[in-house]
Design a protein around this ligand. Sequence first.
Ligand SMILES: Nc1ncnc2c1ncn2[C@@H]1O[C@H](COP(=O)(O)OP(=O)(O)OP(=O)(O)O)[C@@H](O)[C@H]1O
Length: 255
Amino acid sequence: MSAPFFEAEGLCWGPRGRPDLLADISLTLNQGEVLAICGANGAGKSSLLRLLYRFHRPRRGHVRLEGTDIWSLPARDVACRIAAVLQEQPTDFALTVRQIVALGRLPHQRGLSAAGSADRDAIAHALARLHLNALAERPFGTLSGGERQRVMVARALAQAPKLLILDEPTNHLDIRHQLELMALLRGLGLTVITTLHDLTLAAEYADRVLLLAGGRVLTEGAPAEVFTEAHIAGAFSVRSRIDLSGQHPRFSFHL
Ligand SMILES: Nc1ncnc2c1ncn2[C@@H]1O[C@H](COP(=O)(O)OP(=O)(O)OP(=O)(O)O)[C@@H](O)[C@H]1O
């Protein structure tokens, strides 16, 4: 049997000298699937992502991409395969949008060789996909929060990854840009793992949802299986009503 495209198995992690914050987390993704990770503040979503894009080394367990443990590869090789869009943004505000997006090509460039035509094509394509052509020569520091977020997604696309990992990518985006970004992520054909606070977006755009609570997997599966009133109460300590009359579930929440 061939290995799953992406697999995390029995992951445990905690900060140095502290007990585990994440315990026994496993997930499997097929190529092209979109996984949403949802859960309350402090549930461990960002910490889990850091294990998946090889920032934190798990205390126990393994993360494998196409059957290879990501810790058996040099960081640069992993960066050619996995791109991450994080909540923290670059502080180098003087760089232009094009220069920031070009940073996505660094893992693919050897030594100090100048960017080649493949790099220029990837940068142009990423700028166009995120509707950033008009902003390409603007200093990053002069952009709005939502524009910056789109630049960070463009940088990740320029990296030409096999797996795209995003931490709350719809933060700062207005409703139209949220929907556009989710449709873009869906339409890329890439395997995507993203944390999302908005359960409606997760239900509409993700193939699978992993619900975290207290650093553990509460449940994982198709959105309709995961988003039940009982699971939502368990993860978020709120009561909810789920309207299943439309194409996608709609939620209302109460204390
Ligand atoms: N390096 C660290 N040292 C100490 N505590 C940490 C560290 N990293 C994460 N934590 C703690 O682990 C818990 C989970 O944090 P994490 O950022 O993963 O949660 P989250 O689900 O992404 O939350 P949010 O929705 O608020 O972004 C939090 O209580 C956080 O304070």
